[in-house]
Write a protein of this length. Structure first.
Length: 432
């Protein structure tokens, strides 16, 4: 028969090894230390005295305590604090920019009575718009480069020289095809507004541009109640153009007074902006062809540009997160590809909703939206020629072929751009 199991006496607190308590208390410091002297410095700053070293811990000196702590506690270096996300941006600012992109379309609604019929007149207006879009797209790229390298003063000098030239080129295109007349006057106002709008957008003055659009927005809203008449319409449109020009001129003058390297070159040749201008031409052509088939769809596309811009920032944030969490190139490529599909799907879902509510097939709009968003994504990463070439090819194919094949052409271009984006942006070096 077994007797009762003897009780194990608990070690009294005064008999516990105080060195274990010291090692536990300084575990984080000891684990992160790369040399015992670091621990010695911490012990000294904590006020550890020689009496405590010899009497309480039974060690010879401070350095013996530090050495033993260094050997006893395993190394465990803490992960560095993640750097702040440089691509985090306010969605409301992007929504504001989307409104600024879409509201100018109300000028066509307000000025519909001023637009003369006729193939030549319409061709002049379209040619003027395409020339302005192409020029201002290239000018915006050049100005953003100067803004990054020389500050606001350098960007203002580029805009001051380039914006008037772009307006003159667009007006010349309208004169060449339409001659003198109401349509050319409307095209001239459009060209001047686009030039001023480019200045304000590059210099970050979206609110000023929204203020300039107030007369046109108010006039378009009044159409729901009464016909303001041609004279009032002309006055409202001229007020918008004049307001945009004055605000742009004021911002250029302000920017020219800020410090910066305005005269020195930035090392980027002017030809680097050419593919951005060609993309503007192609994107404008595709948009005009889509407008001829379904005008409301293009309104939705234009208003969605703010969300599209926010999703571009979101993709860059997801790319940085993929860099932090990936351990192999293949793993990063999969994460980057997943982020690409997620952002693109979110944008296409936004475009599809209004079309489905109207009972219209969203296919053509989704194809065009995918082309524009993926092209802008590649441009955001400094890849300009591939999207420009693909979009130009799509615009040529859509213009030369029947209207029924345009969605197919845009769909093929979208697939090509998605594959290019996956291949190029699936490399970690593209996100550094």
């Amino acid at each position: 028969m077994l007797g009762p199991r003897p009780l194990r006496r608990r070690r009294p607190s005064w008999a516990e090894d105080p060195f274990d308590e010291l090692a536990e208390r300084l575990a984080d410091v000891c684990g992160a230390a790369v040399h015992p002297d670091e621990i010695a410095a911490v012990l000294e700053s904590d006020g550890l005295t020689q009496e405590q070293i010899t009497g309480r811990y039974g060690r010879r000196d401070l350095f013996e305590v530090a050495q033993e702590l260094y050997e006893r506690v395993p190394r465990r270096f803490p992960d560095p604090e993640p750097a702040p996300d440089p691509w985090r941006t306010s969605p409301w600012r992007c929504v504001l920019r989307g409104a600024v992109f879409g509201l100018p379309g109300l000028a066509y609604l307000l000025g519909a009575g001023l637009l003369a019929d006729g193939t030549g007149a319409i061709a002049g207006l379209a040619a003027s718009a395409l020339a302005a879009w192409a020029w201002n797209q290239g000018l915006a790229h050049r100005s953003y480069v100067r803004l990054a390298t020389g500050g606001r003063r350098a960007a203002a000098r580029t805009l001051r020289a380039g914006a008037p030239v772009g307006a003159l080129v667009a007006v010349a295109a309208a004169l060449l095809l339409s001659g003198l007349g109401t349509m050319t006057a409307f095209a001239a106002g459009q060209a001047v507004y686009l030039a001023a709008g480019t200045v304000l957008l590059v210099l970050g003055r979206e609110r000023d541009l929204l203020l300039a659009l107030t007369p046109t927005v108010a006039g378009a809203a009044s159409l729901l109640l009464w016909d303001p008449g041609q004279l009032a319409v002309i006055g409202l449109l001229l007020a918008t153009v004049a307001g945009a020009v004055l605000l742009a001129a004021r911002e250029i003058v302000r920017s020219l007074r800020t410090p910066g390297t305005a005269a020195a070159g930035n090392g980027t040749p002017v030809t680097a902006s050419v593919p951005y201008g060609l993309f503007g031409l192609a994107a404008g052509s595709l948009t005009l062809m889509a407008a001829s088939a379904d005008g409301p769809a293009v309104v939705v596309l234009t208003l969605s540009m703010g969300v599209a811009e926010w999703l571009l920032y979101r993709y860059r944030s997801l790319g940085l997160a993929a860099l932090r969490h990936s351990t192999t190139p293949r793993g990063f490529q999969l994460r980057a590809g997943r982020a690409l599909l997620l952002c693109l799907a979110g944008y296409l879902a936004l475009l599809a909703a209004p079309a489905l509510i109207r009972g219209v097939s969203p296919g053509p709009l989704l194809a065009l939206g995918a082309v524009l968003w993926t092209a802008l994504l590649l441009q955001a990463f400094g890849t300009a020629w591939p999207p420009a070439v693909v979009c130009l090819a799509a615009a040529a194919g859509a213009a030369l072929g029947p209207a029924a094949v345009r969605p197919v052409v845009c769909g093929c271009a979208a697939v090509a751009l998605v594959l290019i984006s996956y291949a190029l942006l699936g490399r970690a070096t593209a996100h550094r």
